[in-house]
Design a protein around this ligand. Structure first.
Ligand code: DGJ
Length: 714
């Protein structure tokens, strides 16, 4: 299909909205009487006449006689409002003076604007009984089938506040079909982004985070198909949310109706958030995507969208880093870090990251968080001597911080106990012996920025690992009970404000987003980070499953993966070094082991594999990912192909040998069928043969793995 020029249109006569992306269309109409927007279409391209016909047919269908107890429009609303005949969950629930919740609105105008690579449509609705405007926004891109949506609410009243109980970014309606199979990502600490599939029946399904962070337990993404889509083929609807705090995805479906998926910030019952007279609130973006190219095509489009429109500096090649956490834990000092740095440089690492333990009186997890001054027992002359050595070894220097936290045993807490979330008269929970700072407070945001700015100004630092090691509890703000409901929103925007300001002031510093591993992996954080620390679990076997889920939505360019020591602290498993490397080479390679205990052969092997990674990393970090089978005990692989199809790399794995089985041929994807490819000393084969027949990787025994580099013969 030839890609079309994207467009947004709104017809004031018919009330029909039509969005065209390069390969899809999306349509809705605004009801004539009640001004409720009704969804009609999301799929392959249609014409404006089609969209008008669908609007007429749908409105006639909804206007027909419906039995009592049934609402014609439920499940079809483009953005369901509380009130009227709304029996499902609504995307917008507000409480007006007099404890009135129902919303009635009129469309007052629409606006079409264009940016360099996108077109926007905004629909302005005026609430009839209160001076309040709700604007629904849509964005389409020249080079992506992803559609962005968000909502802005403005309380124009000079006197009356309103309470926002729910303000979703979007409702995504997927058509009624034989099955509604929903793929989603679940997990827990050290077991993030596990891909699961369930059937949505005539019911509600809620995925959410109630923890103040995106969470290890659920990631804000779903993909819906009719049960027939495969990795390569089939219609798939999917969506995500650009948000790094609590969130909710609620899928609802009545018998014989479409599925309607509400996506927004804030968990169920989070607030409410009080919108004072004159205040406005802009939701995070929810992005949606329809493809006919199966789950693989869905991931390609998400990855390309992320690299083009979300991730800053996406064109960069991420360096191979060494992180000292698993080597030294909290026992850091200048001498031990210097020894590790020398060995890391000798292996070919390009960035040295000093993790937890360098600040305040930090000697373990009970003390020091909040005191962002250099520990002078451990670093008598500050960090600069170590940094200078690291630079002299040819590496950049990175530093770990956890700015949203405080230990009760810290100078900061002794000075400002009121800066933490807590309820008056209640004992706060001390998870990991620490408390969460109230970043809904502007003074705390300013203080955090000031500390980090001073740190980055005083030291020549190239990389910051921003960690966040416990969920919110005790979410009180005793001095400002009226603002308490806002903290779920304002904490996140406070974090964003600090990182954005630091990036502006220190443009040479890259950021790694971490929350005890993958607790804050989302497009909101991606927009202000350079990579994610995906999981504290670095066991290569578990990690393949975590990476498989991560890659459904997020590109390899953002997936930081370390090779660490065995047995791993998570499960005591021992996996050979080559296998560990090959798993970590599927993303942004890093090393996290105690190099002082590595044998010479291990160091030699690591040096060779790091060298090999540097030769192929442009393909992994910037190429297109093809999943050649899901991780399992028998052979499967991941493949990356450059945009010009000239180069490809295959990482094939066999976890366990069964009997005397040999791996079956693995069919490659995305190559030029008419081209001929050279493979690491093997005979050349045509792209057609490589994709039609495949390659048979040499994998014998347990934890066998191989890397195959393919180059198009000119
Ligand atoms: C959790 C992170 O995920 C680890 O990599 C490490 O930085 C520790 N925190 C340090 O406390």
């Amino acid at each position: 299909m030839r890609p079309r020029t994207p467009a947004v249109a709104y017809d004031t006569d018919t009330g029909v909205l039509l969005l065209d992306t390069p390969h899809t269309s999306y349509s809705a109409y605004v009801g004539r009487e009640d001004h409720i927007p009704i969804h009609t279409y999301w799929g392959p391209p249609i014409t404006a006449e089609d969209a008008t016909y669908l609007a007429t047919a749908t409105s006639e269908h909804l206007a027909s006689e419906w039995p009592c107890f049934r609402s014609a429009s439920n499940g079809h609303e483009e953005y369901p409002l509380d009130g009227g005949l709304q029996f499902g969950r609504s995307a917008l629930t507000m409480e007006f003076p007099g404890a009135i919740r129902s919303v009635e609105w009129r469309l007052s105008r629409h606006e079409i604007t264009a940016g360099l690579h996108h077109r926007d449509l905004a629909l302005w609705f005026e609430v009839r009984h209160h001076d309040l405007t709700v604007t629904m926004h849509y964005r389409v891109y020249d080079d992506s089938d992803v559609i962005d949506r968000w909502v802005v609410v403005r309380n124009g009243s000079a006197t009356d506040a309103v309470d926002v109980h729910r303000l979703d970014s979007a409702a995504w309606v997927t058509p009624e079909q034989e099955r509604h199979r929903m793929s989603h990502l679940t997990g827990r600490w050290a077991a993030e982004t596990q891909l699961r599939q369930i059937d949505l029946t005539d019911s509600h399904l809620v995925l959410e985070s109630r923890r103040g962070i995106t969470s290890h337990h659920a990631n804000p993404w779903f993909a819906m198909d009719d049960g027939t889509a495969t990795e390569e083929f089939g219609r798939v609807f999917s969506a995500t949310l650009h948000w790094s705090g609590s969130w909710r995805m609620l899928a609802q479906r009545e018998m014989d109706e479409p599925a309607q998926v509400l996506f927004g910030w804030g968990h169920e019952g989070f607030g409410p958030l009080r919108l004072e007279p004159g205040e406005m609130l802009k939701t995070p973006v929810s992005s949606g995507l329809f493809t006919t190219d199966g789950f693989g095509g869905t991931s390609h489009t998400w990855h390309e969208y992320a690299l083009r429109h979300v991730l800053p500096g996406a064109e960069e090649i991420r360096p191979v880093l060494f992180n000292s956490w698993e080597a030294t834990g909290f026992d850091v000092d200048e001498a031990s870090q210097r020894a590790l740095a020398r060995q890391a440089a000798d292996l070919g690492c390009e960035l040295f990251v000093l993790d937890d333990g360098w600040f305040g009186r930090r000697t373990g997890d009970r003390v020091g968080l909040g005191d962002w001054w250099v520990n002078s027992d451990r670093f008598p002359d500050g960090l600069q001597p170590l940094i200078a050595d690291v630079h002299a070894l040819g590496m950049g220097f990175g530093l770990w911080i956890e700015p949203e936290m405080v230990n009760p045993d810290s100078d900061l807490y002794r000075a400002h106990p009121e800066w933490t979330y807590h309820f008056a008269g209640r004992e706060p929970n001390l998870m990991r012996h620490q408390l969460v700072l109230n970043l809904a407070r502007p003074d705390v945001v300013d203080w955090v920025f000031g500390e980090l700015d001073a740190l980055l100004s005083a030291n020549d630092i190239q990389f910051v690992k921003w960690d966040m090691n416990r969920p919110f509890t005790d979410t009180g703000w005793p001095e400002q009970p009226d603002r308490q409901g806002r903290l779920w929103f304002d904490h996140v925007t406070g974090v964003y404000a600090v990182i954005d300001a630091l990036r502006r002031k220190h443009p040479g510093v890259a950021f790694e987003a971490c929350s005890g591993g993958g607790g804050r992996v989302d497009f909101g954080m991606m927009a202000r980070s350079d990579q994610f620390w995906v999981s504290d679990n670095t066991d290569a076997v578990d990690r393949r499953h975590i990476q498989h889920g991560f890659g459904q939505l997020y590109p390899a360019r953002t997936m930081s993966c370390w090779v660490t020591d065995v047995p791993t602290f998570i499960n005591r498993r021992r996996v050979p070094l080559t296998y560990r490397f090959h798993v970590a080479m599927a993303g942004v390679l890093g090393i996290g082991g105690d190099l002082t205990s590595w044998a010479d052969e291990e160091t030699e092997l690591a040096r060779r594999l790091i060298g090999q990674y540097k030769e192929i990393r442009h393909i992994v970090q910037h190429g297109r990912l093809h999943r050649l089978g899901a991780p399992s005990r028998s052979a499967s692989a991941v493949q990356y192909v450059t945009a010009d199809r000239r180069e490809s790399v295959v990482l094939a794995y066999q976890e366990a040998q069964q009997y005397d089985n040999q791996p079956r041929p693995i069919r490659l994807r995305g190559l030029d069928p008419d081209g001929t490819y050279r493979m690491d000393g093997d005979p050349t084969l045509s792209g057609a043969a490589l994709m039609g027949h495949g390659i048979t990787p040499r994998l014998t025994g347990d934890y066998a793995s191989t890397l195959i580099h393919l180059e198009l013969v000119p």
